[in-house]
Design a protein around this ligand. Structure first.
Ligand code: GAL
Length: 652
């Protein structure tokens, strides 16, 4: 594996050609090695149908290559040019209210539209032919941020037609569909697949499995759309990696599925913007206004490591204020460096900043870059330069170490609880992230894994929170797993067809876990039920019937955490104090080594190094851990936005 390196996103088509040379020279001076270009340039590559203008692109790649820079070429399919709409007027996406979205921004296409998919195959093939052998080309990116701006779901005719075919393939006969969906309810039975509509514009809520199947269908369209490009690019250059850039907390398609047709996963990390637009409590938003949530980026680093089968990048890293929050705070000095270091600690191969120069025109003119619009360095320019030097001086290398804790994260569970929350806002992701944060507080390395994982061998603790439905692989994996397993709340509470399982949730054999959820008490999140010994239940509270040992119960005598052998069941959503207690109990049972970290500090092990980052507003002091032999960067006194790297006695 090559040493970790820096990149930047660059738009040669935005600048006079006589600027390219100086830009490339300065990128090289910063220590940048990768430059992503092209992903929005279709109108310059093919200004009118069939009129191909690739010369400028090749000249731009020549200039970058002359400065030793490697190019990630982004296929331009996220921004079809205006003429495309004249050619395919029905390719525009339709929202859930039935309104067609128009041209004039980006992502104005429908994943189900086969005519547009074919146009994409065509332009990608032409570009691959033209630049596939260019010496500067190092990787491809497909499209840009699939699904961004709410574009996974389109309620168009193309989607409806595709959905009917998809259903017919899945169920074979309409009777089988009626049975699986339980359509005897409310006389919803169909006589043929052609009668089935999309689950929008109904009088009240659709059958949840109708909605879930539509989401599964839509997710498959995103993967199929990507696969067309992947196949073209791999056929042209099997040796070059194909990458896609995913997002934060974006759940509308199954990223693990799409991960089967890319070589490297990447994601676009804007920690301050993501916190600003999240539903985190206002105190957290205030506390980390200029740093971003201290666990959100890390969670996604670990998630996308799984999506990319171990290989992942940051394709876009926030460099300063963004433009898309209600407010867009300036990061604390040093944060661009910290974010890059944290990503490298979690195994990133490349961290690429968005963007080289702030554009003085169009939608993103208030979005910072490494350079200001007047070509002078913005703060992140110098921070990037510092990171490049530090990567070299520390010799950080190797892979992110295997975690001691695994958390199962599942896209279908996100869809299921979005469809039927039962308690407003109940979400799979929120439960997974809450567990992530409480284990991480002890400096424990975590892996986020898909529900299709065949074996959890080697982990000490496995957590499966709020999982919609079991699959056979996961059932087998947990019964063979020898470590501690934490299940729930709400895990295994549905079948794949979105019905309540016959033996009631969590739907496990009683010799493994003798727990039945008899009913659920769902209460507004601001109403708390105290828990004996500390912490509180809120939002979701299950009435359990169990012969398992009760470890934690609430003040009303309802069991909250129970255990049977190495399996633990959590029957509630808890506040932070309760979830921390649950994690601490498992950590103690598993006898896991823990670190004592100051409040804002987080860490991760990669290769023979432990990287500490300080998200706190003030300086902190680290206690050297037993396995460390000294610091190769920074010291035990870690300032706000600081980074300290310790060398470990044994290489990871
Ligand atoms: C990303 C996108 C970029 C740019 C950036 C601004 O979502 O991929 O093209 O818009 O946000 O923060």
């Amino acid at each position: 594996m090559t040493a970790p390196s820096l990149g930047v996103c660059y738009y040669p088509e935005h600048w006079p050609e006589d600027w390219w040379e100086r830009d490339a020279a300065r990128m090289a001076e910063v220590g940048i090695q990768w430059v992503r270009i092209g992903e929005f340039a279709w109108s310059r590559l093919e200004p009118t149908p069939g009129n191909l203008q690739f010369d400028w692109l090749i000249r731009a790649m020549d200039v970058l290559g002359q400065h030793g820079l490697k190019v990630v070429f982004g296929t331009p399919t996220a921004t079809p040019p205006r003429w495309m709409i004249d050619k395919h007027p029905d390719m525009l996406p339709v929202d859930a209210q039935g309104r067609t979205k128009g041209f004039g921004s980006r992502r104005h296409y429908d994943f189900s539209h086969l005519g547009y998919r074919e146009e994409c195959r065509r332009i990608v093939q032409l570009l691959a032919n033209a630049i596939g052998d260019h010496s500067a080309l190092g990787a491809w990116q497909t499209d840009n941020e699939y699904g961004c701006h709410g574009t996974t779901y389109s309620y168009s005719k193309a989607a409806r037609d595709g959905f009917r075919i998809w259903l017919a393939e899945k169920y074979g006969t309409v009777d089988a569909l009626n049975a699986a969906w339980g359509n005897a309810f409310w006389s919803m039975e169909y006589n043929s697949f052609d009668q089935i509509e999309l689950p929008n514009l109904l009088v009240c809520e659709p059958n949840p499995v109708h909605d879930l199947d539509f989401r599964r269908y839509a997710s498959d369209q995103v993967s199929a759309f990507n696969k067309v490009q992947f196949d073209v690019l791999k056929a042209r250059r099997a040796d070059l990696p194909v990458i896609h850039n995913f997002m934060s907390r974006y759940t509308e398609f199954d990223h693990y599925d799409l991960g089967e047709s890319i070589d490297i996963a990447s994601w676009d990390s804007y920690p301050i913007g993501h916190l600003a637009v999240s539903d985190e409590p206002v105190e957290i938003k205030r506390q980390y206004l200029r740093q971003g949530d201290p666990d959100n980026a890390a969670f996604h680093h670990d998630l996308y490591r799984a999506v990319g089968h171990g290989r992942w990048w940051i394709m876009e890293q926030q460099p300063g204020p963004v433009n898309w929050g209600n407010f867009n705070p300036d990061p604390l000095p040093g944060m661009a460096r910290l974010w890059a270091w944290e990503a490298f600690a979690h195994g990133a191969e490349v961290v690429s900043f968005f963007r080289w120069r702030q554009a003085p025109f169009a939608q993103e003119q208030m979005h910072a870059g490494l350079l200001r619009p007047d070509n002078e360095p913005a703060p992140a320019f110098l921070e990037a330069m510092q990171v490049a030097e530090e990567l070299e001086s520390t010799g950080l290398a190797g892979k992110a170490s295997k975690g001691r804790v695994a958390i199962v994260y599942d896209y279908q569970s996100e869809w299921a609880w979005d469809i039927q929350p039962q308690a407003q806002g109940f979400s799979h992701g929120a439960h997974a992230r809450a567990l992530y944060a409480v284990f991480r507080k002890h400096g424990i390395d975590i892996d986020v894994l898909p529900p299709s994982t065949k074996s959890f061998d080697g982990y000490d603790i496995l957590a499966i929170p709020a999982l919609f439905a079991w699959n056979e692989t996961l059932r087998a994996a947990i019964s063979e797993f020898e470590g501690r397993v934490l299940i729930g709340p709400r895990s295994g509470s549905k079948t794949e067809d979105f019905s309540i399982p016959a033996r009631l949730p969590p739907d496990l054999p009683s010799d493994l876990l003798d727990v039945k959820v008899l009913r659920v008490d769902s209460i507004p999140s601001d109403v708390e039920v105290e828990v004996n010994g500390g912490g509180a239940v809120h939002h979701w509270r299950e009435r359990l019937e169990t012969s398992a040992e009760v470890i934690i119960e609430d003040a009303k005598g309802w069991p909250v955490l129970v255990s049977q052998g190495r399996l633990f069941y959590l029957g509630a959503s808890g506040n932070r104090a309760l979830i921390q207690r649950v994690a601490d109990h498992l950590v103690a049972e598993a006898d896991l080594p823990i670190l004592s970290l100051p409040a804002g500090v987080r860490c991760r092990v990669r290769g023979g190094f432990r990287v500490y980052v300080n998200y706190g507003a003030g300086a902190a002091s680290l206690f050297p851990a037993d396995d460390e032999t000294g610091y190769v960067l920074g010291s035990a006194d870690i300032p706000a936005a600081g980074v300290t790297v310790a060398r470990l006695a044994t290489a990871g």
